[in-house]
Design a protein around this ligand. Structure first.
Ligand SMILES: NC(=O)c1ccc[n+]([C@@H]2O[C@H](COP(=O)([O-])OP(=O)(O)OC[C@H]3O[C@@H](n4cnc5c(N)ncnc54)[C@H](OP(=O)(O)O)[C@@H]3O)[C@@H](O)[C@H]2O)c1
Length: 255
């Protein structure tokens, strides 16, 4: 079903945190639609290589690049490599995230900065770099957010605040970059059963509760987020600018 009428042949994409989970699904979906894909990751090379293989299985070019997106002085290397290998960039998906899952009363400044730097500030640096590689083409920047940006979720204060900052940054970038032909949007996903949930002590309860309360009758899957990303990169979304698209099967509209 995915990819109908959306042809991204020849486009070049970078997916941060593209080795596993939601990022992997987005990388593969973009490859399926025709993109060459750069897959960024932080620690584990093997999953990044697996995603690269899946991209190549669609006949596309893949490259993997290990860098912490919060290390601003190290980002040049990644974008230089993309320029050398791909000759430019059409799509940036800022998906990598981390964060300290603790009650607000236990958060230190170190926890706060770690979370903010990776989840929010990195988008600013990535967008500054990416927009240069998008100079002569129509570009897309998509940030992956979560419902914690607008809702209070137990132990999610740092991550929720970082996602709220991310969504605000998306709106500001969207206004600045729209005149250059770059559309910036966010996707806010419902609970998705990825490795990220292993950091939650109440993982099982979170999954059961989310599935039970979701009007669509199931949890959000990585492929649901990937389809939304594909839509945002397509001409079908040409008037979507600075928006946060919620992909959660209706979970967040429940009273
Ligand atoms: N899972 C959910 O329920 C859910 C819900 C809503 C939104 N989201 C959002 O969706 C996005 C992806 O989440 P996920 O659940 O797919 O996560 P995940 O399965 O834990 O995967 C995280 C990915 O990000 C990479 N990464 C982590 N920190 C990084 C850093 N500092 N620099 C570069 N790469 C880094 C990891 O690489 P390594 O494996 O090498 O460390 C991995 O590829 C995040 O923005 C998350 O907030 C998730």
């Amino acid at each position: 079903m995915a990819g109908i009428g959306i042809d991204l042949t020849g486009k070049k994409a970078l997916v941060t945190g593209g080795s596993r989970g939601i990022g992997r699904a987005i990388a593969i979906r973009l490859a399926e639609a025709g993109c060459d894909v750069a897959i960024n990751y932080l620690r584990s090379r093997a999953p990044a290589q697996e995603t690269a293989k899946a991209v190549e299985a669609y006949g596309r070019k893949a490259l993997t690049y290990k860098v912490n997106v919060a290390q601003v002085d190290k980002l040049d290397g990644m974008f230089d490599t993309i320029q050398e290998e791909f000759g430019g960039l059409d799509i940036l998906v800022s998906n990598a995230a981390s964060g300290v899952i603790k009650p607000a009363m236990e958060l230190t400044r170190r926890h706060w900065h770690w979370t903010m730097d990776i989840n929010a500030a990195a988008l600013l640096d990535l967008a500054q770099h990416a927009s240069k590689l998008m100079a002569d083409r129509e570009g897309h920047i998509i940030a992956v957010s979560s419902l914690g940006a607008v809702r209070a979720i137990p132990n999610y204060a740092a991550v929720g605040a970082s996602k709220a900052a991310l969504e605000s940054l998306v709106r500001h970038l969207a206004v600045e970059l729209a005149p250059q032909g770059i559309r910036v949007n966010a996707i806010s996903a419902g609970v998705v059963d990825t490795d990220a949930l292993k950091h939650f002590s109440n993982r099982t309860q979170l999954l059961d509760e989310s599935a039970r309360r979701t009007p669509a009758g199931r949890l959000t899957e990585p492929s649901d987020v990937a389809d939304a990303a594909l839509f945002l990169t397509s001409p079908l979304a040409r008037m979507m600018v600075g928006q946060t698209m919620v992909v959660d099967g209706g979970y967040s509209i429940m009273g």
